[in-house]
Design a protein around this ligand. Sequence first.
Ligand code: PMP
Length: 428
Amino acid sequence: GQTNAGLLARREAAVARGVASATQVFAAHAENAELWDVEGRRYIDFAGGIAVLNTGHRHPKVMQAAAEQSDHFTHTSFQVVPYESYVALAEKLNALAPGDFPKKTLLVTTGAEAVENAVKIARAATGRPGVIAFTGGYHGRTMLTLGLTGKVAPYKKDFGPFPGDIFRAPLPDARAGTTVANCIEALKTIFLTDVEPSRVAAIILEPVLGEGGYIPVPAEMWRALREICDQHGILLIADEIQSGFARTGTWFAVEHSGVVPDLITVAKSMAGGFPIAGVIGRASVMDAVAPGGLGGTYGGNPVACAAALAAIEAIESEGLLARSAAVGELFRQRFAEIGARTAPWRMWDIRGIGAMLAVEFVTDFTSAAPDAALTKAIVENARKLGLILLSCGMHSNAIRIMVPLTASDALIEEGLAIFETALAQAIA
Ligand code: PMP
C-alpha cells in the first residue's frame, strides 16, 4: 500500500513549494469529524478543512444531493444554460441574510473570488474607487484580496505591488490595548490624511477575525462603522467566509452585533466540502452591475449548489445553530480546566463566539509574549497522537477550533484529551 513518507517524497518533487500543508500525512477517507490516512491511522479533525465542515465530512444529505445532481449534469455554466439549483440557492441565501430589504445573490467558486466581486459591485454601485480594510484581516490570495489582507508573511511577501486605493485601519486589540474609540479615531484620520470619504466605495471586515486569530469585532465597532458608512454613502461589507453558516451560533456572525451590512461574502461551510462561494446583498447595490459584468465559467457549479442547499437544510433540521453554543461552551470549560491543570500561565486567552473559538499561547502570563514555537509543538504533537489542529493569529500563537458541529460530545472530549497530552508534552 501507499505510505505517507512515499507520498511526501512524490509531493516534494512534483508540487510547488509555496503551497504548504499543516500535516504531512495523506488523507484516504473521512467521515463526520474523523479522518483516516493512507496508512490506516485515525485522526479526530478539529480543523474541518479550514472551517469548511460545520456539517462534517461527507454529511449523508450533502453526499446524496451531490450524487443525485451528478446523475443529471455536472456543468453547463450558468452563463450558457442556467439551472434551478443556482436560483434556489440564491433565494435561500437572500432569505437567510440579515436585512429587511430586497436582496440578490451572485455565486462564484472561491472565497477570494467572492471578495473580489463584492468590491467590484461596491465600486459599480457607488462610482467610487476606495476600499478600507483592517489590520489582521484576511480576505484571500488573489491580488485585490491580498491588497485587502492585513498580514504580510506568508501571504503578501514577494507579491506586490497590490492594487491601489486600499486603506488600512486598526481593529480593537487587547494585546495592543487599543479600544473601539481609538480605532474609529484612526479611521477618521484616514479621511484626513489619505482619502476623502466621498471617494470610498466600501469598508470590509470579518465579524470575527479568522486567520487573524479568532478575535471578535465588538458590536460597538460595527455600530460605529455602520454610522460612518451611512453618513458618507459608503457600503459596509461583512466577510463571513470563515464565520458564517452556524459557526458562531447564528447564520452570519455579524448578526450578534445587530448591524446589517450592505453586502456579505460567503463560502466554506456553505456547501459542506464542495467549492462554492457567493456575494449576497441589497438588490439595488447588486444590480448596479450590468449583465455580463459578473460571472465565471464555474460560478455556482450545479453539484456544489445542490450540496449547499443540502448543507443549509442539515444546519436547519439538525439544530446546528444551537449546537454551536453548546460546543463552544464545552471547549471553553475544558480549555479553562486544561489551562489550570497542565499549563498555568501559558494559555493567555480563550476567546471567540460560540464554536468559533481559539486559545492563545504565551511564554508567560506577565509579559504575554506570543509563543509560536509552543503552539507549533502542540499542533505537531497532537497530529502524532491522532488529532488535527490548526493555528492562527498575527503571531501564529493561537489554536482555533473548527470541529464539525455534528461531532458528538464524546468525540470532542476524546480530542480534548489528546490536546491536553500534546500540550503537556510540548511544555515538558
Ligand atoms: N475571507 C476569509 C474571512 C477567509 O477566511 C478566507 C479563507 N480562509 C477567504 C476570504 C478566502 O477564501 P478562499 O480560500 O476560498 O479563496
